[in-house]
Design a protein around this ligand. Sequence first.
Ligand code: HEC
Length: 148
Amino acid sequence: MSRFSFLLLIIACCSCQNDNEKALQNPGSDKGEKKYDLYEPSEMALLMNVMYDIQNQLKGSIQNGDSLSNFPEEILKIHTAQMSDFKERNQAFEAYSHLFVEKFELIFDTTSQVPLKKRYNDAVNLCLNCHQTECTGPIPRIKKLLIK
Ligand code: HEC
C-alpha cells in the first residue's frame, strides 16, 4: 500500500470518535458547522502515526537482526502533544503514557538481559493497554506490530 493510500485509510477510519454519538448529544446543532466532516488530525493523532511508523521500523530491524536506530526523541512528545477536541489527558492517559515511554526506552537499553523481542512486544502491549481504555479503533492495526 502506498504511503498516500495508507494515510487516507487512517483518516477514513480514525475511530476514537463516534460521530453518531456526537450528533445524538447535540440534536439541532445545525450552525452549518462542518467540523466533523473535515477531519483534521490533532497533534496527538499525527504523533501516534509517527509512533506507529517508528514501531514498525523497529519491528523490521529486530526481525532482520539489524542494529537499532538511535532512540527516537519524538516519542517523548506524547507528554505534551495536543489531543483532538473530544479527547482529554485523563489520569489513565497520564499513567499509560509514562508506562509506555518506560517500556519503549527499555528497547534501547543495550545492557538489558531481557530478550529484545520481549522488550519490543512489551512496548506494543502498552500501546494496546492504553488504547483499550478509550481509543479502541486502531487496536487491530496495532496488534499487527507484535512480533510473533
Ligand atoms: C497513553 C495512551 C496511549 C498510548 C501509550 C498509545 N496511544 Fe495511540 N492514541 C491514544 C489516543 C488518546 C489517541 C487519539 C488521539 C487524538 O485523536 O487526539 C490515539 C490515536 C492513535 C492512532 C490513530 C491516529 C489517527 O490518525 O487518528 C493510532 C494509529 C495509534 N494511536 C497508534 C498507537 C501506537 C502504534 C502506539 C504505541 C507505539 C500507541 N498508539 C500508544 C492513546 C495512546
